[in-house]
Structures are given as C-alpha cells and as structure tokens.
Design a protein around this ligand. Sequence first.
Ligand code: SF4
Length: 198
Amino acid sequence: MTITYRLGDSLYVNMTNRCSNRCDFCIRNYGDGIGGSGDLWLDREPTVDETVQDILKNVSGCKELVFCGYGEPLMRLDDVIAVIKAVKPKIGIPVRINTNGQADLIHGRQTAKELAGLVDTVSISLNAPNAKEYEALCHSDYGEKAFDAILKYAADCKKYIPNVVFSVVDVMDKEDIEKCRKIAEDIGVIFRVREMIK
Ligand code: SF4
C-alpha cells in the first residue's frame, strides 16, 4: 500500500481513492500512479496512525507535505486533520492540501475554519468558468451546485489559510482560462494554470 510518495521536493500523502467527482481528465483514468509513485490504488484506506508513521519515516529532506491522494483527500477531512495535528509539530515544513473544493458539500457543514493553523496552502481545482461547464467536465455527485459551493469554499478558506489557489489545467481554451483567472481575482485567491498530467 503506497501511503506516501515523493515528487520533487514534496512528500505526497495518499489517504483515499474516493472522490465526489469523476473528472474526464483525471489522472486515474490513465494509470495507477504518478511519476515514480508506485501503485496508488488502495486495497483499504490507511488508518491515521499508519499515515502518521509513514510520513515520519519518509519526510526527511522534503520541503512540503501535500495531501493529494489518488482521490479527494477531504473525503477524510477529520482523519486528514488528525494526521496533520500529529505530524506538523515534528516535521517543520509547510502543509498543502490539493482538493476539488467540495468539502462543505461532502460533510454538510462549513469546514474551512477547521484547517486554520494546520494548513499553509489550499489548492482548489477550478477547471471551468461556470457551473454548466464544470459539471460537463467533472461530473460531481452534487451536480451543478458544486461550482458555487467551490467558489464559496475558496472565499471561506481565504479567511483561515495563508495561501489559497485556484488551479486550472492547461488544456482549457484560452478564453475559459481568462474567465477562471477573473473569478480567482474577484475572490482574491492566487491563480495557477497547471500542466495536465497523463
Ligand atoms: S477531483 Fe481530482 S481525483 Fe477527483 S476525479 Fe477529479 S481529478 Fe480525479
């Protein structure tokens, strides 16, 4: 079971394969892992303690800890928080969460404040400039209402997290990328165009 894997200077944490989306571009449609990660499909989800031990064993020399998964990490919000609380005082490096931004819909409550003081960066995949296009591309369990919830989540995160990023993949057409940039600017979060990984 691959709980953590290294990409560049970062240690990535894989706590779940579950996700509330089924994105057309998801890397999981194309393989079993990323770079030299090994197989990221989990037979079962690792416990909090297993994840903590794996991070502490492998984090040496890393400059950032990233909860990413081969799935949506905040499906396990409470467990992710428990892991960060256990490791953060020991590792001395920033913590990032890569998320689809649907945690509030998944858990039925406003969750951003629960990450305050624990997470340095929340990177949210925006991926489309409006609800219709988002749903056509990402097929959320929550349908078109996912999009507005993501915008609200980003605005909420801005109150509690030092760095909040909206990201899009570089295969989007230029006009849509600029619309997404404007959405990020209006909310006041960082905008990043990331390379699509296949
Ligand atoms: S949100 Fe991420 S993990 Fe989930 S389907 Fe989309 S790309 Fe894959």
